[in-house]
Write a protein that binds this ligand. Structure first.
Ligand SMILES: NC(=O)c1ccc[n+]([C@@H]2O[C@H](COP(=O)([O-])OP(=O)(O)OC[C@H]3O[C@@H](n4cnc5c(N)ncnc54)[C@H](O)[C@@H]3O)[C@@H](O)[C@H]2O)c1
Length: 261
């Protein structure tokens, strides 16, 4: 595949963490990748670290800004000339009790985590359709599958994104675009470091059947698969990549292992 004919992916929130690992995964398969992120300087460093100058493009942008999103997608089209996959990965979190969650925090979390993917989907669907369909993957969370304390805003934004995934899968399936979601369990990224205290980390180990955090590369693998032609009959699904957390139900530590008594 030469550079002009190789497929193109747009990945949001790609300056670090799961998004950056996913960009690396696509590049390793010969794709070209546009990395979009609100942190312009970090994004420049990230793109440089990938060492794929002809096949990567930095798009500094806030996914919650409709005009910025449309300008970024236009810049992608001008640069690469096509689009085959979109990964809505940019996200923000604040874990707080309901009464301490400000109206501004609620608004911003919904704007980035839910409105952002809506704006990106609107700006890219016609390009994906023109170039043969392709796929979209939205990064939700186990916080959108199961409720907990402190996550009224974050969990609700991710549950909303899971439903938007199904809405888009049904509507865009008619024009050949597949839309799925990946719901990560805890992954040791900057976001997790910011909101997971040592006590939270220990509890996660107890609640996860595989007994560990996930790796960025493990998320990237699932995201790449859902974007690839190997997933050609999969649409409208939310795939939990979570070490079994969502399946666990009554996962009491005392009912497992040595604790069974
Ligand atoms: N790390 C986890 O444990 C975990 C668990 C479940 C879900 N997730 C989800 O996975 C996704 C990636 O998370 P991560 O852990 O890699 O986080 P991260 O904070 O390391 O990376 C997120 C990236 O998104 C960018 N970003 C934030 N707001 C943006 C905006 N408005 N516009 C454009 N870019 C923006 C950040 O600058 C950053 O580069 C997020 O959607 C997150 O909610 C993460």
């Amino acid at each position: 595949m030469n550079d002009q004919s190789s497929p193109v992916a747009l990945i949001t929130g790609a300056a670090r963490g799961i998004g950056l690992a996913t960009a690396g995964r696509f590049l390793s398969e010969g794709w070209r990748v546009a990395l979009l992120d609100i942190e312009a300087a970090l994004l420049e460093e990230a793109v440089a670290s990938l060492q794929a100058p002809g096949r990567s493009l930095a798009l500094p942008c806030d996914v919650a800004d409709g005009a910025g999103v449309r300008a970024s997608v236009a810049a992608l089209e001008a640069h690469f000339g096509r689009l085959d996959a979109v990964v809505n990965n940019a996200g923000t979190a604040a874990f707080k009790p309901l009464l301490e969650t400000t109206d501004e925090e609620w608004g911003r979390i919904l704007a980035v985590n839910l409105t952002g993917p809506f704006l990106i989907a609107k700006a890219t669907a016609a390009l994906l359709q023109r170039d043969g369909g392709g796929a979209m993957v939205n990064i939700t969370s186990i916080s959108g599958l199961r409720a907990s304390t402190l996550r009224a805003a974050y969990g609700t934004s991710k549950a909303g994104l899971a439903h938007l995934t199904k809405q888009l899968a049904v509507e865009l399936g008619e024009v050949g675009i597949r839309v799925n979601a990946v719901a990560p369990g805890p992954v040791d990224t900057a976001m997790a470091k910011a909101v997971h205290s040592p006590a939270i980390r220990a509890d996660y180990h107890d609640a996860i059947p595989l007994n560990r955090y996930g790796l960025e590369e493990e998320l990237a693998e699932a995201i790449f698969f859902l974007c690839s032609p190997r997933a050609s009959y999969i649409t409208g699904q939310v795939l939990a990549v979570d070490g079994g957390f969502d399946a666990a139900g009554i996962g009491l530590p005392t009912l497992r292992g040595k604790g069974r008594g």
